[in-house]
Design a protein. Structure first.
Length: 191
């Protein structure tokens, strides 16, 4: 999977299950970023990421902050306890570029999905788990579950509500992959 995706940014992943359900994700960042965490599973990506389902009904779920910009100004303390989809010992620090105090009246005019969650004072364990990957799995979305979790063999997966995208399960909660396609994009100007 990774050897075909690295060097492409963004990527579009489509999954068809054996039950003929279709779902997927638009992933903003080169999968090579997963190596920055060493051997530890770590999340990366930006608010451009989103997940979707095409069958049985077409629905798109984007970063929860895009739909609720008031959350970008919230100052929730980070817990020391890792969530169930985050390995122990992993810490993420965020810095805020927003002014202290009350958020502007219309934050949505200034909110860009191109920014990483580190640009906001967010509880990263809940709202900035865009994408992660290791030799064992591919994960999209996190916080109280994963929008998509695919095993290392690309044969089985699961889906659940996740806080990052505030999505329902995208298909049957546990599924067998019938077809997985990933389309990568490259900037022709930078080649």
């Amino acid at each position: 999977f990774y050897c075909h995706c690295e060097g492409h940014e963004p990527t579009l992943m489509l999954i068809k299950t054996t039950d003929r359900e279709v779902c997927g994700a638009f992933l903003s960042t080169d999968w090579e970023e997963r190596k920055r965490g060493g051997n530890k599973l770590s999340f990366f990506g930006t608010g451009e990421c989103f997940v979707f389902r095409l069958k049985p009904e077409m629905e798109r779920y984007e970063w929860v902050i895009i739909g609720h910009p008031e959350l970008a100004a919230s100052t929730q303390p980070e817990s020391e306890e890792p969530t169930k989809d985050e390995p122990p010992g992993k810490t993420i620090s965020n810095t805020s570029t927003l002014p202290a105090g009350e958020p502007p009246a219309d934050l949505s005019d200034r909110l860009s999905p191109f920014l990483s969650a580190r640009h906001f004072n967010l509880n990263s364990r809940n709202t900035s788990m865009f994408m992660a990957g290791s030799a064992e799995c591919i994960i999209v979305g996190g916080g109280d579950g994963n929008a998509l979790y695919i095993d290392a063999d690309l044969n089985r997966g699961r889906t659940a509500h996740c806080t990052t995208f505030d999505n329902p399960p995208l298909c049957s909660e546990t599924f067998q992959v019938c077809l997985l396609e990933v389309w990568g994009f490259q900037d022709a100007m930078s080649s």
